[in-house]
Design a protein around this ligand. Structure first.
Ligand code: UDP
Length: 490
């Protein structure tokens, strides 16, 4: 018998940042750990626990032989922390048209340190074998160290963007360009990747956010390592670069979304869908293979009415069938002034608009979907890869421009819609002609589609038994079991 098999089961404590883009992959991770015989507890606040409850209940019921996933609720008194009542998730911030989003988002981020004491208590009483805490909780490394618990950092993004931002921070090449729109190659980063200053986020080192990010990186160096939602075959050069030049240690265990195999799991991912899932699939069933483009801008992007009108008009010009998710962020009033006059009548049967939340992976996996217009959030990007889709890239903020470069310059499975600069909350203006052109190019390009389908096969192989992500996870668990054994001997 292997030494590790003599040890009792591992218990992971998972602490996601309170945003859908972090909570969704965290739950996927907990399910993955359960399939490997480990127990997981998710730490979250009262309102967020409601989002986790249903999918966790379904998972526990349907997998009676696996270790249960549980939730541990932490206190987060919004008003005491000078946040609006109910502000427990970035969704609250980005879906309120009247709030100053950037300012509130920063305040929300800084309020996370309120959890420090509670985390101490949880670690002391629960004695987990590993803490997977989000990058936005830099103090978690110190707390975990106090209780001798290995702390893993989860960024939520892929290797490419982590490496790109590392190289930009180190070399500051944007200081040597004549203008913020002049393209330059990112020094040191494999692949001669071209970007401009107005597309990067690392510049303001002296700002509150800059200092926070610095603290994050410092504590990351003292952690046990980094967990990455990616797979080796997708970005081998960047995985190698990250492990040799950026972080001490990292394990790629994705694509995490592929752990959701059943209809119900895919349908229950994130918030309650604003469309009946069966109706949505029935609509897609009536369409030809690879004929529909799916558009979504994630959970935080908001466009003004002028931009939404251009998107609609561009879609109509392209002539392609579409599913378009319009989250209600920023849309004011009842009257739908964000659609061209008569748009829905003219596109009846050709287009489906989902107002609110879409069952995204369910839709992406449907054979009728032939392209994905995405804001390049990492979860969406990787879900697009896992579904074998060529993409139209429309980054808006955060690390989305790096993800765009991966898709367009490295994987060569995407076409940029042509966004020039980062706008933090509201996106750069893109004309209907640009939308039309990029959609047509992506829907007809054969080579791009072939590569995308090849990557999807690699993604599926990576998470199978003996695949690259499966092997990495096994290695990590073996290591954690050895740590547990040593701790038990003490
Ligand atoms: N998502 C979804 N339905 C929606 C919008 C988003 O299921 O209508 C999911 C999507 O599948 C992804 C996550 O929410 O898993 C969004 O994460 P991402 O990193 O793509 O973007 P963010 O919202 O964090 O910018």
């Amino acid at each position: 018998m292997e030494t590790s098999e003599k040890i009792s089961k591992l218990h992971f404590l998972l602490f996601p940042f309170m945003a859908h883009g972090h909570m969704i992959p965290t739950l996927d991770m907990a399910k993955l750990f359960a399939t490997k015989g480990a127990k997981s507890t998710i730490l979250t606040t009262p309102l967020n626990s409601i989002l986790f409850e249903k999918p966790i209940k379904s998972f526990n019921n349907e997998n009676p032989k696996l270790e249960n996933i549980t939730i541990k609720i932490l206190n987060f008194p919004c008003t005491e922390l000078c946040l609006p009542q109910g502000c427990e998730n970035t969704d609250f911030i980005f879906s309120s048209p009247d709030l100053s989003k950037g300012e509130l988002n920063l305040k929300f981020l800084l309020a996370m340190s309120y959890f420090e004491e509670q985390l101490e208590h949880v670690l002391e009483t629960m004695k987990p074998d590993c803490l997977v805490a989000n990058m936005f909780f830099p103090w978690a490394t110190k707390v975990a160290e106090k209780f001798n618990v290995p702390r893993l950092v989860f960024h939520g993004t892929g290797y490419f963007s982590l490496c790109a931002s590392h190289c930009l921070r180190l070399h500051k090449p944007y200081k040597n360009v004549a203008s913020s729109c002049e393209p330059f190659v990112i020094p040191d980063l494999p692949g001669d990747i071209v970007i401009t200053e107005e597309q990067i986020i690392e510049k303001e080192e002296e700002s509150v956010m800059g200092k926070f990010m610095k603290e994050m990186r410092e504590t990351e160096r003292n952690s046990f390592g980094v967990l990455v939602n990616s797979f080796y075959e997708l970005e081998p050069a960047y995985s190698d670069f990250f492990k040799s030049s950026v972080a001490k240690r990292a394990w790629n265990i994705g694509p995490l979304s592929l752990g959701n195999r059943e209809f119900k799991e895919k349908a229950e991912r994130g918030k309650k869908a604003s469309i009946d899932e069966h109706e949505c699939l029935k609509w897609l069933d009536s369409k030809r293979c690879d004929s529909v483009i799916y558009l979504s801008f994630g959970t935080m992007t908001s466009f003004n009415n002028e931009q939404l009108i251009e998107i609609a008009a561009g879609l109509e010009m392209s002539g392609h069938d579409f599913v378009w998710v319009v989250n209600k962020n920023g849309i004011k009033g009842e009257k739908e002034e964000w659609l061209p006059e008569g748009f829905e009548e003219r596109t009846k049967g050709k287009g489906l608009i989902i107002r609110g939340w879409a069952p995204q992976v369910l839709i992406l996996d449907h054979q009728a979907i032939g392209g994905f217009l995405t804001h390049c959030g990492w979860n969406s990007t990787l879900e697009g890869v896992a579904s074998g889709l060529p993409m139209v890239t429309w980054p808006v903020g955060a690390e989305q421009f790096y993800n765009e470069k991966l898709v367009t310059q490295v994987l060569k499975t995407g076409v940029s819609v042509g966004v020039k600069k980062m706008m933090k909350v509201v996106g750069d203006f893109i004309s209907r002609e640009k939308v039309d052109k990029a959609v047509r190019e992506v829907m007809v390009g054969k080579e791009r589609r072939r590569r995308a389908k090849e990557l999807a096969e690699m993604a599926k192989d990576a998470v199978k038994e003996g695949g690259s992500s499966d092997i990495e996870l096994n290695k990590l668990m073996e290591e954690l079991k050895m740590v547990k054994l040593q701790n038990e001997k003490k």
